[in-house]
Design a protein around this ligand. Structure first.
Ligand code: SF4
Length: 293
């Protein structure tokens, strides 16, 4: 596995140009996604047209079978994405009908959406922001009714006040609750809802933590670029992503909308308690991996 520091995968990108606050709806990502699918379908048809004489030359049977296989592939890809979008729009999990357990197709499309968006001069941050909004809605649909949740909250180091000397990356309980950054609020929330928090000093460490604790859900706070990369990295783990706010520019004294954070944590917590009460069992902690302190 490649070692990387936060932001290193965007080498060549102008991180200093990252906008301070972005609030992009899901529409941008969806528009670019449909463009990706359209281009994909046209490319498949073009390739098919180009190799048609050669295939017929080998065997008309091969030509027919190849056409059917390509048609099924395109139809399946389109169906997967369409059902995923419909699930997000309706808020109902239509995904099991196509046996989709992970939003892999969305992640794949996102990579191409970013490339296409860049050709239109749309920043990665705007596309990433739109993507994480879509991703979060999808996660709510997928996680609705889930149980035995183990939540890991991953925070970037830049969320700690730059003048603070407390070693919160080692242990969040080292925070002295001075209130100069939101770490103190996360610490309080972790005690109330019992989840593990890790202040990640790099992408590799964040991934290691995810593999070590094996959470069922991650709530990640970071810049859009990191969030997109993190969602792609974590594979089968559900990631709720909240873009940070950057009042002093990127990577310094960043913060986050705590209402959004509480909303996601409450969603997971209430979801869990709802299930437990349905079973008539006593409600328990949402996280086994664990709050410390
Ligand atoms: S709230 Fe905690 S982490 Fe933030 S500046 Fe104060 S002591 Fe440091």
């Amino acid at each position: 596995m490649l070692d990387r520091e936060l932001g290193s995968e965007w080498e060549g990108e102008d991180i200093s140009s990252a906008e301070e606050t972005i609030d992009e709806g899901k529409g941008l990502f969806l528009s670019l996604s449909f463009l990706v699918i359209l281009l994909f379908s046209v490319s498949m048809a073009f390739i098919w047209y180009m190799i048609k004489p050669r295939l017929i030359g080998i065997s008309p049977y091969l030509y027919t079978m190849g056409g059917i296989a390509a048609g099924i592939f395109v139809f399946y890809t389109l169906s997967k994405f369409t059902v995923t979008v419909l699930s997000v729009i309706t808020g109902k999990n239509l995904l099991p009908f196509l046996n989709i357990n992970s939003p892999g197709i969305v992640i794949l499309i996102c990579q191409y959406a970013i490339k296409i968006g860049k050709t239109f001069g749309i920043s990665i941050d705007r596309i990433g922001n739109s993507f994480v909004h879509f991703n979060n809605s999808l996660m709510r649909v997928i996680k609705k009714g889930s149980r035995n949740e183990r939540l890991l909250v991953l925070l970037p180091r830049c969320i700690q006040n730059s003048k603070c000397k407390q070693k919160v990356a080692e242990d969040i309980n080292n925070c002295k609750d001075c209130g100069k950054c939101v770490i103190t609020e996360f610490k309080a929330l972790s005690k109330e809802y019992r989840f593990h928090i890790n202040v990640a000093t790099g992408g590799t460490l964040a991934r290691k933590m995810a593999y070590k604790l094996r959470p069922s859900s991650i709530l990640a706070v970071a810049c859009e670029r990191e969030l997109v990369s993190g969602i792609q990295d974590t594979g089968s783990i559900s990631v709720f992503a909240i873009p940070n706010l950057r009042p002093e520019g990127p990577c310094k004294n960043t913060t986050v909308d705590m209402d959004n954070v509480r909303d996601v944590i409450k969603f997971i917590h209430d979801n869990e308690n709802e299930n437990l009460s349905l079973d008539g069992k006593v409600s328990g902690a949402i996280v086994e991996a664990g709050a410390r302190g």
